[in-house]
Design a protein around this ligand. Structure first.
Ligand code: MSP
Length: 532
């Protein structure tokens, strides 16, 4: 699936705008890391990228959390929102826009959008009766609730009964158009299991949903009736549009939509799929705007096989995790060990095993032992061969030449685990190749040319692996590249990142002219914690 806007070579993607009722949790970090990997991949292959993230700051849940802390909602939001920015820095996430829904410019966009939908005749006043989960900020069907009216997602929170006058959005009117959309654009909802889930839900018949609240102050007033506050989700989804405004332009829909709309990819968790794959496109249809290209709903994370939750006392704090481990290690584990789209688990013992096996042993040792052999057998100079002298039957060349296409497909399908596995297959083949070729014996036998060819093939394979792993482990890739003598930092993006894909992305770039850097371990083995 290639979602790039081919006319402009641009790619705009979003993470959800996170609620600020609490510090960011590992679920928010997971989506944001994945989004950063997609953005870095797209930049690496030469596209111009806009990665949007931000915080969702209105609504009853935030209002109550602020009250609970004895702060004004705005002060509370300012403090909490900053926490997200710092976590993204700790995890080396390079976002382009950070939108806060309390931004005054957002208000202008929301008003204009509301008016468009109203003029279309899609907003009306009605009576809303039902069970509301404040933590989800969503009405629930009675049959969905657990015993004691507990929310099925926030199992320690009771849904609250509401019977009030609300404004409604005519979702039902868009039933056919939505069904048509899912049919004509099969990639609109991904992965397939989520697409099926949405299609089934829509088939049951869509009901209009309420887009205002009474008795909630923290939010934008409904244009024309300030007794009502706009429903937090109606306002939040529009944050994706406000985020597109350049800094110095007037906050109008026209200005916001000019350059980057439609969004190429919304990355979200499966629990908020309905909002993004049903409500959001219907709202856009009503406003007469083009639709995003796709919505990808990833799975949920568990810890040691159990659902995470404060009441269960088993949350995984991303700040604490980052204090113990490098950003690359955390990014690698979540993207390599979990199939994106499915639920996945975090277990610290497994975490340590995977990192030691893949990054310390397979990749790190390979580079280190090869550079040491280069020192011993080639006087520390790059082997005196170029790729054209390596036989086309050389197993590393065979794998290396096929690799880029496979990796691109994997990244484009957001199959990060497959991308990693494909790259690791080259790394593992390189280790095997060295063991089989035994350059130390070849050297003793005086077969200098063969030694140099073997070492060349391995160094080139490590380089290629580092290049294609750079969206996931940018710091380790930079270290590898620097040891191979390149002055390249994968934390920079094009054009300052001087590593074009049509030369660096394929096997055979290294030449005998290259001056190698100093060898040093790229990933320190992690010792398992004492108690384990
Ligand atoms: N504010 C809304 C999104 C509005 S977008 C216009 C929201 N925020 S949230 O902070 O509650 O959730 C953000 C994301 O975290 C969601 O994509 C959700 O799926 C994800 N996760 C929450 N718990 C999670 C796990 N245990 N595992 C993986 N992701 C999970 O919803």
């Amino acid at each position: 699936m290639n979602l790039v806007d081919k006319r402009k070579n641009t790619f705009a993607l979003t993470t959800p705008l996170y609620y600020v009722n609490d510090l960011p949790h590992i679920g928010s970090a997971y989506t944001t890391m994945a989004a950063d990997v997609v953005a870095r991949y797209q930049r690496l292959v030469g596209n111009t990228v806009l990665l949007i993230t931000g915080t969702d700051e209105h609504g009853q849940k935030i209002q109550r959390s602020a009250e609970g802390k004895g702060e004004s909602p705005q002060e509370f939001c300012d403090r909490m929102s900053a926490g997200f920015g710092s976590l993204w820095e700790f995890l080396d996430i390079k976002y382009d826009r950070f939108i806060r829904t309390t931004d005054s410019r957002h208000h202008g966009i929301v008003k204009e959008f509301f008016q468009r939908v109203q003029e279309k005749g899609d907003i009306y006043l009605g009576q809303q009766k039902g069970w509301y989960c404040v933590s989800c900020e969503e009405f629930k069907e009675e049959r969905e609730l657990l015993e004691g009216n507990l929310c099925p997602i926030h199992t320690n929170k009771k849904a609250e009964w509401r019977d009030e006058e609300n404004y409604f959005f005519r979702l039902s009117k868009y039933q056919n158009e939505l069904e048509q959309l899912y049919k004509s654009q099969p990639d609109f909802i991904q992965p397939l299991s989520r697409r099926n889930e949405v299609i089934k839900f829509v088939e049951q018949g869509l009901q209009d949903f309420s887009i205002s609240r009474v008795n909630v102050d923290w939010g934008f007033p409904v244009p024309g009736n300030d007794k009502h506050t706009l429903y937090v989700w109606f306002d939040a989804l529009l944050g994706y549009i406000t985020a597109l405004l350049d800094a110095d332009v007037e906050p109008t829909l026209e200005n916001a939509l000019e350059k980057w709309w439609p969004i190429n990819l919304h990355l979200i968790g499966k629990d908020i799929l309905r909002f993004h794959a049903v409500y959001w496109p219907a709202m856009l249809m009503s406003a007469g705007l083009p639709l995003p290209k796709s919505v990808f709903g990833h799975g949920f994370l568990t810890k040691d096989g159990h659902k995470m939750g404060k009441t269960l006392g088993n949350t995984l704090d991303p700040f604490a995790l980052r204090e113990r481990y490098d950003a690359d290690a955390i990014r690698y584990y979540f993207l390599k060990e979990i199939e994106f789209g499915r639920d996945g688990d975090f277990n610290e013992i497994r975490f340590i095993k995977v990192l030691n096996a893949d990054l310390a042993n397979d990749l790190g040792n390979l580079l280190n032992r090869t550079l040491n052999m280069v020192k011993k057998y080639c006087g520390g100079k790059m082997p005196q061969v170029t790729s054209q002298y390596i036989s086309i039957e050389n197993p590393l060349k065979v794998i290396g030449l096929e690799l880029p296409d496979k990796i691109k497909l994997a990244y484009e399908a957001l199959a990060f685990n497959q991308a990693c596995e494909t790259i690791l297959s080259l790394v593992r083949a390189s280790n095997k190749f060295i063991d089989e070729q035994a350059p130390w014996s070849l050297y003793k036998q005086g077969q200098q040319e063969t030694v140099e060819k073997v070492l060349y093939a391995v160094l080139e394979s490590v380089r290629l692996a580092a290049y294609w792993l750079s969206p996931i482990i940018p710091n380790i890739s930079t270290d590898i590249y620097q040891q191979l003598g390149f002055d390249i930092n994968f934390n920079e993006s094009l054009p300052s990142l001087n590593a074009p894909v049509d030369t660096h992305g394929i096997w055979g770039l290294l030449t005998s002219e290259q001056t190698l850097g100093k060898a040093k371990p790229i990933f320190k083995r992690i010792e398992p914690p004492e108690s384990n």
